[in-house]
Each structure stands twice: as C-alpha cells, then as structure tokens.
Design a protein around this ligand. Structure first.
Ligand SMILES: Nc1ncnc2c1ncn2[C@@H]1O[C@H](COP(=O)(O)OP(=O)(O)O)[C@@H](O)[C@H]1O
Ligand SMILES: [Mg+2]
Length: 290
C-alpha cells in the first residue's frame, strides 16, 4: 500500500529500519503521489540504493534493478533475442519439414526481457514494481538519452513483435554518485533529492536500527569518529556502510570501546585507499577516536 502522508512514509521507512530525515520522506512521498521518478544523488554509501530496496518492501512489490556501467547499451537494459532458442526452433522446424516463417522465431517467446522491459511489462499488467536504475552516472550519455525517452512515455516498441505501454508507470528510483553530471532534461522529469552524509544523531540512530546489539556509548563513539574522518580531506570518505562494518568488526573482535589501538587495527574496514590510511596515521588515530 502506498503511504498516504509524509509522516506515514517516514514511519514505513523506519519499520524497514531506514532512518530518513524529513526532506527525504517528503521527496519520496511526492514522487509516489505524482508518479514521477525519484532521483537520488550523493556520495557512495549514504543509503541511495537502500531507498529503492526499502520502497519495494513497503509497497510489497518486486524490485527490478538495472545496474549501470560504462558501455551499457540499450539492448542489455531492454531486451535481447534468445539466439540459442531461436536456433533450436529453426532446427526443429527444419526437421519437421514445415515451412519456416519469420514470425515463428521472432515472437515474444524468443525474447529475454532485461530490467527496463520487465518493469514496463509488469506495470502494463497492473503491478507497480520498483525500478531501480542504479549509478546512472556510470552509463554513457547515449543511454541516458534513451532513458529520457522511456521515462516520458513508459512505452517500449519491439519492432517485430509488439508495443508495450504502462498506463500507470512503475515506481522509478534513479541513483547517481555524481562522478559526472546527469543531463538537466532527465533530472527535470524527476523529483531530485541530495542525500548527505548523516548527522551525528542520525548515524547513531542508523547504528541502533541496523545493529541493535551495539552498545549506546560505542555507537556514539563510532559516529563521532566518522564525523571526524569525513571532515578530513580524504580521497574516499567513508559512508554509512563503513560505519556499520566498523561496528560489526569491533563486535567480532570483542572490543567494547573504540580505542586508538582497535581503531588502528581496523582502519582497513573504514578506509579503502592506502593514501587515506596514511593520512589518518600521520594525523594520529587517537585524534580520530577522540
Ligand atoms: N539512512 C539509513 N538508514 C539505515 N541504513 C542505512 C541508511 N543509509 C545507509 N544505510 C546502510 O548503509 C549501507 C550502504 O547504503 P547504500 O544504499 O548501499 O549506499 P549508496 O547506494 O548510497 O552507495 C547499506 O547497508 C544501508 O543499509
Ligand atoms: Mg548504491
């Protein structure tokens, strides 16, 4: 069921253990009510992909994910012909000495639907799946142009077969880590929201939601250390994923406090570039844990 108000969105997110501030709940509410794609931008690990997963659970609908990458072309995102099955069909038809018609092997049966077509087909059948187009900044601008077209009419034409149109569009969530700017035209179709690193309070709340075993004081110590790390000029500042990993690592090691020694031993859980590790060591790990 679609939540009916901002407050309901917030409660639904919390029930799925997602800690959102009001502005994100407003953006989600508007996207759902206005039937517009939600465009989430932010650094890696701030909870963008998770929004789509949580939305699918809230709506009790399928999550259909398209992971973008450099060189992703439309056919990989939309549909492909199943050549192996077509070849098999041709052989069988030849063996049975029936006349072979193009239509015999150019039908829906021989198409493999990729995420975009799957989402449109599912919506055309009356469902409202959540279509996650993840890390769009990794795809090429050519793909982006195609997506713009798709998001304007939610219609796919398969030349030899049929046109599929979703009268009620799927719920679309687009994410970008902003390694490049996404075109204005595409953003204009969407409800845009920037997800920032969490505040200290929100990060503590996330730790409690996601890892209830973590002691309250330790959660605060971790969140504080994260705030300090993110204030440094690091090549890759740690996201929420790293905070959660850090808490789990301490648990595994049986550490009850974030001491400088434990932090030093576990820096690799949080920082993934040697330059960043050295930067923190030069500064002194004790400075980070406070
Ligand atoms: N606000 C939040 N509430 C709960 N968990 C969060 C929140 N933000 C991030 N996380 C957790 O942090 C991890 C990384 O989030 P993810 O959505 O993969 O980040 P992104 O897609 O922005 O790189 C996930 O395990 C997610 O559950
Ligand atoms: Mg992601």
């Amino acid at each position: 069921m679609i939540p009916g108000s901002v407050e309901e969105v917030r409660r639904a997110l919390e029930a799925e253990r997602y800690v959102a501030d009001r502005s994100l709940a407003v953006a989600i509410h508007l996207a759902l009510q206005m039937g517009r794609p939600l465009f989430l931008e932010g650094e890696a690990g701030v909870g963008k992909t998770e929004v789509a997963k949580v939305l699918a659970s809230i709506l009790d609908e399928e999550l259909i994910r398209l992971q973008c990458y450099e060189g992703l072309d439309v056919s990989h995102a939309l549909y492909e012909w199943d050549y192996a099955r077509q070849m098999l069909a041709i052989r069988l038809l030849e063996a049975s000495s029936d006349r072979l018609e193009v239509a015999d092997i150019m039908s829906r049966d021989y198409l493999v639907a990729r995420p975009l077509l799957r989402a449109i087909e599912s919506a055309a059948e009356g469902r409202r799946p959540v279509l996650l187009i993840d890390e769009l900044d990794r795809a090429d601008e050519e793909f982006e142009a195609y997506l713009l077209e798709l998001l304007s009419d939610f219609q796919v034409t398969i030349p030899e077969v049929e046109t599929v149109k979703a009268e009620v569009p799927p719920v679309v969530v687009i994410t970008s880590n902003r390694t490049r700017e996404i075109h204005d035209a595409l953003k204009r179709r969407c409800i845009y929201h920037w997800i920032d690193y969490p505040t200290f309070e929100r990060e503590v709340a996330i730790l409690h939601q996601k890892i209830p075993e973590v002691d309250g004081r330790l959660a605060e110590r971790l969140a504080e250390a994260m705030q300090r790390l993110r204030a440094l000029d690091l090549f890759k500042p740690p996201g929420v994923a790293e905070t959660l990993d850090w808490a789990r690592a301490l648990e595994i090691l049986g550490a009850e406090d974030l001491t400088a020694e434990v932090a030093e031993e576990t820096l690799g859980v949080v920082l993934k570039y040697q330059e960043d590790v050295e930067h923190v060591r030069r500064l002194g790990v004790a400075e980070i844990v406070g």
